[in-house]
Design a protein around this ligand. Structure first.
Ligand code: 3PG
Length: 213
């Protein structure tokens, strides 16, 4: 099965900021215990590559990717560490092509018709929509989807337990993303039971939203 289809099955890709690489494995296990099988570890901290490596090595049931990838150099470092997919906040063609040449699934951020057309030109069918709350949320995604029927979106930024149902129910949404299930503070304070509980709640809400759509 294609990785993007697996992301659809997972329904959610938490955006995870690891400040101390020693927290990475327990955080991945806490997400898994709540039914979340994908995580995006952001390249916003110095230990991001090491955190990805630890999860890839110690938690094989978790599909770990790298987020906030801004250029080819970071993509190289993430993939070398074991990242199974690459997410970018925006569209960087060099990074997209570098990933495609190596068979690494890549999901760049695209919020305008022009950016989406560049993604289509590269043969992509899934793009991130970030920051979703600022760029018009589901209303904007639906309008774009009317034109770009072959594209599915991964909205992040302002998506949370309260509004995820608005997104998850739509066919053009491949999965939702966000940091609320696994905040920096909860990771820092090792609130792993809370992370598991919020994960479970999110997964249940996504499934319920899809069933009723
Ligand atoms: C991202 O990187 O996708 C966002 O920072 C996540 O946004 P959130 O913190 O509003 O969930």
């Amino acid at each position: 099965m294609d990785l993007m289809e697996k992301i659809y099955d997972a329904g959610i890709v938490p955006v995870v900021v690891i400040e101390n690489e020693e927290d990475a494995v327990d955080t991945a296990r806490a997400l898994l215990a709540g039914g979340i099988t994908f995580m995006e570890i952001t390249f916003r901290t110095a230990c991001a590559a090491e955190a990805i490596a630890k999860v890839a090595k110690n938690v094989p049931e978790m599909t770990v990717g790298a987020g906030t990838i801004l250029n080819v150099r970071q993509a190289e470092s993430a993939v070398a560490a074991g990242a199974q997919f690459i997410v970018s906040p925006g569209f960087d063609e060099d990074t997209v092509i570098w990933c495609q040449e190596r068979g690494i699934p890549v999901c760049p951020g695209c919020v305008t018709p022009t950016e989406i057309m560049r993604a289509i030109h590269c043969g992509l069918t899934v793009v991130k929509f970030f920051p979703a709350n600022i760029y018009g949320g589901m209303k904007a995604i639906k309008a774009l989807s009317g034109v770009f029927g072959g594209i599915r979106f991964l909205p992040t930024g302002g998506v949370n337990a309260e509004n995820l149902g608005d997104f998850a129910a739509e066919k053009c949404i491949v999965a939702i993303g966000g940091s609320w299930v696994c905040t920096k503070a909860d990771i820092r304070e090792h609130n792993y039971e809370k992370i598991t509980e919020l994960s479970r709640e999110a997964v249940e809400k996504i499934h319920a939203a899809r069933v009723h759509s």
